[in-house]
Design a protein around this ligand. Sequence first.
Ligand SMILES: [Zn+2]
Length: 279
Amino acid sequence: MPEGPEVEVIRRGLAQHLPGRRIIDLALGDKRLRQQSPAAELQRWALGHRIEKLSRRGKYLLLHLDQGATLLVHLGMSGRLLLFQAPAPPLPHAHIILHLDDGRELIFQDTRRFGQFLIYPPGVKPPPLAAVGLDPFSRRLTPDWLLELTQGHQRPIKNFLLDGRIMAGIGNIYACEILFAARIHPQTPVGLLSREDWQRVIKATRRILRAAIRLGGTTIADFKNSQGEIGNFHPQLKVYGHAGEPCPICGTPLARLVQAGRSSFFCPRCQPRPHKPQG
Ligand SMILES: [Zn+2]
């Protein structure tokens, strides 16, 4: 599943080609995505309009059109946004095809159809964005803010990091890597973390996400960028997918546990199980 860095890589790739392009035609596949605007809505607000810029909130990619409408795209589990010189090769599961005025086609392909492709008229803020938390690079994200937010809460830090309503765009792979870098056990209740712990979490988050974006994201399963290239962050993963292998810091075999249905990978020695402070 693409996480924030993968979506950012796609955004940067498309931002080199899409701004200034007009959408001159639109074709839809036979099957709809689970969340997809009706054809009439897409035609009404997108057809004939120019793409001005692309932005990202968490895992949402936003295409801002010249008259103020917004196309909101979420890749779901298996979605891909691909740019081809027309005529594009026939692709299975090509759900939405935007024909652009430079002779290219932007194709949303999604084998599992969990993706979202929604258009909002000018002046309408896409409602899904209301639930998107702080960008990990936001200056509002501070140890004090996190400390106050989590005081007295028992929720495990791993699940907290995965909650896109708090920090946006961190998925399972990066959450495991962040906790390893911050030396925090994934089951630690957030209320037990100190200001220094949160400082390490923020620093690790930013460092890891920045590196992942720089290296083109992580290719797990079938993530590819808009040019169909794979990401190169995968070899940088220190714990994710490495259960049983020696910890790169201390050599202890890495462990795996399941939290909220997702695998957590960690080093039992570098990330010791939390113990309650006295009192
Ligand atoms: Zn270790």
